[in-house]
Design a binder for this molecule. Structure first.
Ligand SMILES: *Cc1c(COP(=O)(O)O)cnc(C)c1O
Length: 450
């Protein structure tokens, strides 16, 4: 044994030090022992290879780094100062306080998830949120599943497996994350019948396809994340419904984002609403819970009672069902719409409807607090696969920094990471997407890192 290895402290000796004692209290004995053991193993190897024996403090420091890495969460809250409201990479819609409270109350205790309190016997989870959805949309019935991709898959599988489904070529969209309408159709076993050209589809294309072969379902998919401009045409949904209905073929409308509120009142393009689609005669509509609806991850299918019943009965419905937290948060979110308080209570709509003076005042307040930076005009976007190319005017806090990319990296490494943007060589922060309760943390972090 080399003399250095004889001086290697034992685990027992290290454990008597105050730091490992504190780690045991914070993270438990097993993890603490593991960290010390691994570091001692490493040190032993280094010394055997001729390296010097490190100080005890250095050994403890290495163990602490290991421990911290092990217990650090990989999924955590961040501050979104990017100005992208429904940011798919940042978890889409933040929940309202009421929606969070509803999820919390069913999460931390028991609930009547599948229990009929009236009869004192087994109930169905499908009843939750359904009444609110039918009331809000005018649909006969509604079903909530895991997400909208699952909603499309379930609808196609239950209604058109091994049968032909008609869809316009211009609607064979890829949403992102590898979700492509044609792939989902294939997965469901439905046979895809594409009609029209990439830029144009006519009503007669629908009619000809229906006349030529047996069609089980006509599908329309919203072009959520791109726009076709120029020489384009597409029949209105009501016209497609007219043709399909005379052949007794149901129409499924995948709205993607799905909004109950008209986006045009905020100076944005009009995003098709759920109510419009049902009024135009779609037999089923499906949409996401966490895009413009502003709720939890969910897929919602609403429409004709007999079709929804078919979906509910299909075995796949069980595999893609919504969990209780989502059902609770979704119901609370829907209630905001019924109470006509969406714009004040649902974060996504609060952000969309934020006024110019309000945003400017917030950005100016930030600059004043920091004693630096300028307030410049900028653009926020809705994101989340809705309103492509559309933006909302905003006021940005712009900070000069010799290396804005390094500043961004530093801000992303904070315990509560901050996501900003770089614009014209400046680090910019959009107040529109920063929740008011996060402002203090944001300003403290900026102050400390500038
Ligand atoms: C976003 C989107 C989907 C997928 O919805 P998820 O809730 O993310 O599963 C499907 N179709 C369209 C048109 C979309 O925009």
């Amino acid at each position: 044994m080399t003399p250095d290895l004889r001086n290697l402290p034992s685990i027992d000796k290290l454990l008597k030090r105050p730091q490992p004692q504190a780690w045991i209290t914070a993270h438990g004995r097993l993890l603490t022992l593991d960290a010390l053991r691994l570091v001692l193993d490493d040190v032993r190897k280094v010394v055997l290879a001729g390296g010097a024996l490190p100080e005890v403090d250095s050994i403890l420091e290495q163990a602490e780094t290991k421990l911290k890495n092990w217990v650090a969460p990989t999924l955590m809250g961040v501050i979104n100062a990017s100005g992208v409201i429904v940011h798919t990479n940042l978890g889409r819609a933040p929940l309202s306080a009421t929606a969070l409270a509803a999820a919390q109350s069913v999460a931390t205790g028991y609930s009547n998830l599948e229990y009929d309190l009236d009869k004192g016997q087994r109930g169905s989870r499908l009843t939750h949120a359904a009444a609110l959805l039918t009331r809000l949309t005018g649909a006969e019935d509604a079903l909530v599943v895991n997400n909208n991709a699952a909603a499309v898959l379930l609808a196609l599988t239950a209604l058109a497996s091994r049968r032909r489904v008609l869809i316009a070529r211009s609607q064979l969209v890829e949403i992102g994350g590898g979700f492509r309408i044609p792939d989902v159709m294939k997965q469901s076993g439905a046979k895809l019948v594409e009609i029209g050209a990439t830029n144009r589809v006519h009503l007669r294309d629908y009619q000809h396809a229906i006349d030529a072969q047996p069609i089980k379902l006509v599908m329309r998919a919203h072009r959520s994340n791109f726009a076709i401009i120029g020489f384009t045409t597409e029949p209105a949904l009501a016209e497609i419904v007219g043709v399909a209905r005379s052949a007794q073929i149901p129409v499924l409308d995948d709205l993607g984002s799905g909004t109950l509120i008209d986006t045009a009142q905020f100076g944005l393009l009009h995003e098709p609403t759920i109510q419009e689609s049902l009024t135009a005669g779609a037999d089923l509509v499906c949409f996401s819970g966490d895009k413009l609806l502003g709720g939890p991850q969910a897929g919602i299918i609403a429409g004709r009672g007999d079709l929804v019943a078919k979906l509910k009965k299909h075995p796949l419905a069980r595999a893609v069902r919504a969990d209780k937290l989502a059902l609770a948060a979704l119901s609370a979110t829907l209630l905001h719409y019924l109470k006509d308080e969406a714009e004040s209570e649902i974060p996504v709509w609060r952000m969309i409807s934020a006024s110019q003076p309000e945003l400017q005042a917030r950005a100016q307040g930030w600059a004043a607090h920091l004693g630096r930076g300028a307030v410049i005009p900028g653009e926020s976007t809705v994101g989340g696969g809705s309103l492509p190319g559309e933006s909302l005017p905003t006021s940005l806090l712009a900070l000069n920094h010799p290396h804005p990319d390094k500043l961004m990296q530093k801000l992303r490494a904070l315990p509560i990471p901050i996501i900003g943007r770089i614009q014209d060589g400046k680090a910019v922060f959009d107040p529109r997407t920063v929740l008011p309760e996060q402002e203090k943390i944001l300003l403290q972090a900026l102050q400390a890192n500038l």
